[in-house]
Design a protein around this ligand. Structure first.
Ligand SMILES: Cc1ncc(COP(=O)(O)O)c(C=O)c1O
Length: 414
């Protein structure tokens, strides 16, 4: 019997959570020893959230950062920051976690779904086609740590005077032309949930450029913002409004402060492994690689192979399994992946929280967006031909060499 290409079992593991060690444990227990300091706002004294926010700005180059309860909450802050709400349409990609579209609904605006291309991020040409007189913003999403086609999408936003928001929930640390993804757009969001590059269990960060927009995001995050004796140093000059309660918590912030110090090390590892794997691949015959607009900025934990046809994808997948490599296609009608618009039933059915079904039936909304499961055929076609390999922190160079060997062997044998 022929030897399998994968001879060394691929270790399980993840990113941020796999990097957790005594330092996070000490940060949490240290904080619990002073329970009177568990609230994030204090008069004068800097709390964990305040310190984290300063460290986040220093690390990313962003003007303002606010630690909140989740990535979804951070996206709502980004939208509210620029007064996006009832009557407005916001373009989101057909391939992203449902939360991107949900945040748009959360502020009362209507999500408009646009195709992705071989970057697995927004297709700038389709964004252009989806614009209406009601379009106010574009949310570009950097899926799986890979920067989307930011220059081309920014050009559309600039040409039409739209707000550009970057959903970096899956791409903490990704860069574009050398700068952190997000810093050159109006606002951007991170998620620090369990699955992400850095984790605090749950959490998110709202980053924004302008002072007034930051204040609007603050109000969005905490219904009683102006009533706290906050240690936030800005003078609140924008008229306050009350909305949700998604402020960050001190324990999560304490964990995140440690995690942030590990970002460079985590990405050095994933980027190094991905580069090695790519360098060992032969010129492909039956697939192409995901297009990566800025390979240097890629977080490096995801490698996507796009087969030439759906049939070849199935065959490649089955043959890789025989070599000991279980990839699984990204889009498979048998598995309702919430990262694909066709599975966002609550959005496609225009279900609101009440029988009025806002935001779609909001009288302020004059557009007529329509959705269907097959509305983005290009996206479904690309995703149904995509096989993804996820790199984790427990993997080694040997694993990469064997994965490359498996891919080369199968591609040559197909
Ligand atoms: C692309 C994207 N956007 C938004 C979110 C929402 O983040 P959270 O789960 O922290 O609310 C996620 C989380 O999985 C995501 O992957």
């Amino acid at each position: 019997m022929m030897e399998k290409a994968i001879r060394t079992p691929l270790p399980s593991g993840g990113l941020g959570w796999t990097a957790i060690d005594q330092r996070e444990i000490d940060a949490v227990t240290g904080l619990l020893k002073t329970p009177q300091k568990l609230f994030r706002y204090d008069e004068g004294e800097k709390r964990q959230c305040d310190l984290l926010e300063r460290e986040l700005c220093e690390k990313t180059g962003a003007s303002h950062a606010l630690f909140v309860a989740s990535g979804t909450a951070a996206l709502s802050c980004c939208l509210s920051a620029y007064e996006i709400g009832p009557g407005d349409e916001v373009i989101v990609p057909a391939y992203t976690y449902i939360a991107t579209a949900a945040a748009v609904c959360d502020v009362g605006a209507v999500p408009v779904i646009a195709e992705i291309d071989y970057s697995l991020g927004l297709d700038p040409a389709d964004v252009e086609k989806k614009l209406t007189p009601y379009t106010k913003a574009i949310i570009v999403v950097h899926m799986q740590g890979v920067p989307a086609r930011l220059d081309a999408i920014r050009a559309v936003a600039v040409r039409h005077g739209l707000v550009l928001i970057e959903d970096c929930c899956q791409a903490i640390g990704a860069t574009y032309h050398g700068d952190f993804c997000g810093v050159h757009s109006h606002a951007f969001a991170w998620s620090t949930n369990y699955y992400k590059v850095l984790t605090s269990g749950e959490g998110g960060v709202f980053f924004v450029r302008d002072d007034d927009a930051f204040q609007r995001g603050l109000y969005q995050s905490d219904s009683g913002m102006t009533m706290w004796k906050t240690s936030i140093e800005s003078v609140l000059k924008v008229a306050p409004f009350s909305r949700s309660g998604v402020r960050g918590n001190e324990i999560a912030a304490a964990i995140m402060r440690v995690q942030l110090t590990k970002l460079d090390e985590i990405l050095k590892k994933t980027r190094g492994l991905k580069k090695l794997l790519l360098s060992k691949l032969n010129a492909p015959a039956h697939y192409s690689m995901q297009y990566v607009d800025d390979p240097e900025g890629d977080c490096g934990f995801s490698v996507t192979f796009i087969a030439n046809s759906r049939e070849e994808c199935k065959k490649m997948n089955a043959m890789l399994l025989e070599e000991g490599l279980a990839l699984g296609s990204v889009y498979d009608t048998g598995f309702p992946d919430r990262h694909i618009y066709a599975n966002w039933d609550s959005i496609l059915n225009k279900n609101g929280a009440t029988p009025l079904n806002y935001p779609w039936n909001d009288p302020a909304y004059k557009g007529d967006v329509s959705y269907s499961k097959d509305m983005c055929p290009q996206t479904l076609d690309i995703l149904s031909r995509s096989l993804r390999f996820a790199i984790n922190l427990n993997m080694t160079e040997r694993n990469m060499l064997e994965v490359a060997e498996a891919i080369n062997k199968v591609d040559a044998a197909m």
